[in-house]
Design a protein around this ligand. Structure first.
Ligand SMILES: [Zn+2]
Length: 244
């Protein structure tokens, strides 16, 4: 294939742009915030698992408490009913039975109140534990949101860089002959390098130094002959730095 030395040199500019595109894309995919967020999300997931268990303990205590409160209400209404009956009773036998029931009701009420106190303490402790974990969850979420904002700002900056690179790539590509561009793209797809400067007899892409027949071929080639690196396939561009 033939192409003017100037056209061949424009492939080096294209390679510079493409190398920068890869570099910026790599930075975009490896922003430090990405790994930091992933680690914090793992922490938060664990915290949320704990939070669910702790909320369960709070709810259990609340259920126990309301059951005891309704038991107390039942006992209170019986005490009220028996007290009224006792006041209106004219039978000594009924009065004795009611008095005895009132004694056992008030003992039952005392027991319920002791249990109520115990459950209230348990509820308070469970709420404190839950509250602490919930606060950790809130601050962890805030930290994650901060990192996400930094990550997004970083991505936006790099997207602007990529857009600028794509624009200069398009204008460069429009000046390059199609068959030369095809040779460039074919090699770039295969080895990652489309074109390389031959400097002091060495390929600037794969750093192989040409010797023997390869070097002889390059030396004898006319300046508009398009050469490629025997190692990586990149279009080898010759300049005064090539050391031929
Ligand atoms: Zn090479």
């Amino acid at each position: 294939m033939k192409a003017s030395p100037a056209a061949q040199r424009s492939l080096l500019d294209l390679q510079t742009v493409d190398t920068n595109v890869s570099r910026v894309a790599h930075r975009k995919n490896n922003l430090p915030e990405i790994a930091a967020i992933a680690a914090l999300v793992v922490d938060r997931d664990a915290l949320r698992g704990r939070l669910a268990t702790e909320l369960g303990a709070v709810e259990d205590a609340r259920t126990d408490l309301s059951r005891i409160e309704s038991d107390v209400a039942v006992v209170d209404s019986r005490i009220k009913r028996d007290t009224e009956r006792l006041a209106g009773s004219s039978s000594a036998k009924d009065a004795t039975a009611l008095e005895s029931e009132l004694v056992s009701l008030s003992r039952r009420k005392e027991n319920l109140e002791d249990a109520e106190l115990e459950v209230m303490e348990r509820l308070e402790a469970a709420e404190a534990v839950y509250g602490e974990t919930a606060a950790s969850d809130t601050s962890l979420s805030a930290r994650i949101a901060e990192l996400e904002a930094t990550r997004d700002a970083g991505r936006a900056d790099l997207d602007r860089e990529l857009e600028a690179l794509e624009a200069s790539r398009s204008s460069l590509v429009s000046t390059i002959d199609e068959s030369l561009l095809t040779a460039y793209e074919r090699s770039r797809t295969r080895s990652g390098y489309g074109a390389a400067l031959l400097r002091a007899g060495t390929c600037g892409a794969c750093t192989m130094t040409l010797t023997g027949n390869d070097l002889a071929t390059v030396r004898s080639a006319v300046s508009d002959e398009v050469l490629s690196c025997p190692e990586c396939g990149a279009v080898l561009v010759r300049t005064e730095e090539s050391g031929l």
